[in-house]
Design a protein around this ligand. Structure first.
Ligand code: ADP
Length: 444
């Protein structure tokens, strides 16, 4: 069943009102008709009752059509308005529509069909307009909500940025503290080492065996402490990006052999075999010999430290792509695959308990990794628990110094110079399968 339309006719002319009533009665629509003669009365009625449409005469006793429209629209009553116009007044129809009228009908053309059609159209149009306005309003609200959320996100981003800056500053202060303290401690430590060395010279002091033994212990402990201090100092320099390589041409076999000999007594003390094999056609490389020595000593001392039985093998070789490799294999406690990434992070040790079995700062591998990265090289690791480990360093024969990035940390916390592999049968590097160490493990 068709809905009943509630129409308010505002017209002071009785003849017009009857004509409209007749036309509406004839039209095939259900109408509930209300009639008033003035705009002010119409407004009062409209405030209290909802109508589907208002039919205005253009000339009312209290207002003309245009003013009636203005009055109605400023009262914020929402209803479609159709104006009845006298013939010859079509020019004001445009102004009436602009002012807010929905449509108009010429009195001369008033018929039940035109009236029904115009009213239906006006109501439909008005409903569509209302729906569009509602949708617009909702859109505006969502936009405002989004804007609000965006502002909130921006505020959070700024907070995080501020936190980051604070963290960076704290980290910078920590590095500065480490650098200052280790630098300050080195001076008295050098004095302790120097004076104990002097005391051990027969020229300076005639010490009893017991005294000489005690001074020797002071000397060895002093050297160990100095080594730890140097490690911390290197770490803070790498972290602040102030460590520079000083490359020169040198004989790699000689440096590796010399380093192995420095470690030999430690290996012998643990009854470990220590074998070195250099297989280089050209033994010369262009690199920083001090830092290459540091890398080898870090890896070798770890190999000795973490091996109780068996031995250590060092192999120096060259690759077809003009690189050299230094591999250090041990039959030690090994490293589980889950720890591969961690051990290259600064201060990370697999056993971090206070009563841990193996001493150390946990900086050796982080420093090694950063140095290898600075040299444009790569580290490969293959290991299995209780079988052993192989650390292989691959370095370009000739390092190219990258320009130092101001204020950037060159220390690699799990950086991209690492290739790690877990293998059941640790052998020399031919067996390395590469896994790039990034955030997820990705097979290249
Ligand atoms: P540190 O030796 O001072 O503890 P490193 O950075 O050199 O620090 O090594 C980090 C950790 O990696 C060690 O604490 C140890 O757990 C593990 N690690 C290093 N080298 C070996 C190795 N050859 N065999 C077994 N574990 C090792």
């Amino acid at each position: 069943m068709e809905e009943t339309l509630k129409i308010l006719v505002v017209n002071d002319d009785e003849v017009d009102r009857i004509a409209v009533s007749l036309a509406l009665n004839k039209a095939e629509i259900n109408i509930e008709l209300h009639k008033v003669s003035e705009i002010n009365k119409a407004l009062t009625v409209l405030k209290n009752t909802t109508f589907d449409c208002v039919l205005f005469d253009n000339y009312l006793p209290d207002q003309d059509g245009l003013n009636s429209i203005y009055k109605l629209r400023s009262s914020e009553i929402k209803v479609p308005v159709v104006i009845l116009l006298d013939q010859g007044n079509e020019q004001i129809a445009v102004e009436l529509i602009k002012a807010g009228a929905t449509d108009y009908i010429l009195k001369s053309k008033l018929s039940s069909e035109i009236l029904a059609q115009t009213l239906r159209n006006a109501i439909r149009l008005y409903r569509v307009e209302m729906e569009a306005a509602l949708a617009n309003q909702k859109l505006k609200e969502s936009y405002e909500q989004l804007l609000h959320k965006n502002q909130e996100l921006e505020r959070q981003r700024q907070q995080i940025q501020l936190q980051n800056l604070k963290l960076l500053e704290a980290s910078r202060l920590k590095s500065q503290f480490l650098a200052t303290i280790s630098h300050e401690l080195r001076t008295p430590m050098n004095a302790i080492i120097g004076f104990s060395q002097m005391l051990l010279r027969p020229k300076f002091a005639q010490l009893t065996n017991q005294q000489a033994d005690m001074v020797e212990r002071i000397l060895n402990n002093g050297k160990h402490l100095l080594m730890l201090l140097n490690e911390v100092l290197d770490f803070s320099k790498l972290e602040s990006g102030t460590l520079d390589l000083k490359p020169e041409i040198f004989d790699l076999s000689k440096i590796v052999n010399k380093t192995v000999e420095e470690i030999r007594s430690l290996a012998e003390a643990k009854k470990l075999s220590l074998v070195v094999k250099t297989d280089l056609q050209n033994t010369l490389v262009f690199n920083d010999p001090v830092r290459v020595h540091q890398i080898v000593i870090n890896l070798l001392s770890n190999a000795v430290k973490f091996t109780e039985n068996g031995g250590i093998w060092v192999e120096v070789a060259e690759t077809p792509n003009n690189s050299v490799t230094i591999s250090i294999r041990d039959t030690g406690i090994g490293i589980s695959a889950g720890d591969f990434e961690n051990i290259f992070e600064a201060f990370r040790q697999i056993d971090q308990g206070i009563s841990r079995k193996y001493p150390g700062t946990g900086l050796g591998l982080a420093i090694t990794d950063s140095l290898v990265q600075m040299m444009g090289g790569e580290i490969f690791l293959e290991s299995q628990l209780e079988v052993g480990s192989i650390f292989r360093i691959e370095l370009p024969r000739q390092v190219i110094l990258a320009p130092r990035l101001a204020d950037s940390s060159s220390l690699n916390f799990g950086g991209n110079s690492l290739y790690l592999s877990h293998n059941n049968n640790p052998q020399f590097p031919s067996n390395f399968s590469k896994y790039s160490l990034g955030y997820p493990y990705l097979k290249p």
